[in-house]
Design a binder for this molecule. Structure first.
Ligand code: G6P
Ligand code: MG
Length: 221
């Protein structure tokens, strides 16, 4: 008897920063400028810890690392200042900045009849998707403007699944952050890590980038 395993996956949900594009460098430059203005330094190692972390939470962590206390009103002003610098930088992004294989894998998914959704903590995701000309490859776009609970809460991915009409058990999430992998698992979804297997230990599968992803691997999840 031939045993053909039918894939249960009907939708792919993608994180943006670190999966589709590498905006971490822009976040880094903007946070570093802010930290320097406040009188302390901010390293690339610090920046690594902010992957997948919301803007407000990132600021709180940075102030904590710098040993600086601010009022809520001051924090809002600082977060806005950082975002203005960040938005200026991403306004120059082009499709050349799409990470290897991301566009091709999105097209492969759609050609196979799978639904595609974006699930990002960023409130700037539409700006980025428009700059890199990828908005049209997503059936649904859920980002930091639509959610109140940050990853590892599964809210962003559950809303994505709902928007494309696929139950969580039939969804797979592509994520580069530990909190994002946890959010997928907390939502009852499969998780593919983008990065290192030593870091993304809870993922069902880890690849170095979407250029290493294909339908065979998806069907085997
Ligand atoms: C992503 C990035 C984080 C960033 C967050 C919010 O999750 O990995 O580094 O802080 O989005 O981005 P935003 O564009 O709303 O400031
Ligand atoms: Mg990310």
């Amino acid at each position: 008897m031939i045993n053909i395993k039918m894939s249960a996956i009907k939708a792919c949900i993608f994180d943006l920063d670190g999966v589709i594009v590498d905006t971490a460098v822009y976040h880094y430059k903007a946070w570093k400028r802010l930290a320097n203005e406040l009188g302390f330094d901010f390293t690339e190692e610090d920046n690594e810890k902010l992957k997948g972390v919301s803007r407000v939470r990132s600021l709180e962590l940075i102030l904590q690392w710098g040993g600086v206390t601010k009022t809520d009103a001051e924090k809002e002003e600082l977060a806005n200042r950082k975002n203005e610098w960040y938005v200026e930088m991403i306004s120059h992004m082009t499709p050349a900045e799409i990470l290897p294989g991301a566009k091709e894998f999105l097209e492969t998914c759609r050609a196979a009849g799978l639904k595609t959704a974006l699930g990002s903590a960023s409130k700037n995701s539409m700006t980025i998707l428009n700059k890199i000309n990828l908005a049209g490859l997503f059936d649904a776009i859920i980002d930091g403007n639509h959610v109140s609970k940050p990853k590892p809460d599964p809210e962003v991915f559950l809303k994505g699944a709902e928007a494309v009409g696929v139950p969580p058990a039939n969804c797979v999430v592509f994520e580069d952050a530990i909190a994002g992998i946890e959010a997928a698992i907390n939502g009852g979804m499969k998780a593919v890590g983008i990065g290192s297997p030593q870091v993304l230990t809870k993922a069902n599968l880890v690849v170095s980038g979407l250029d290493k992803m294909n339908l065979e691997k998806l069907n085997a999840l």
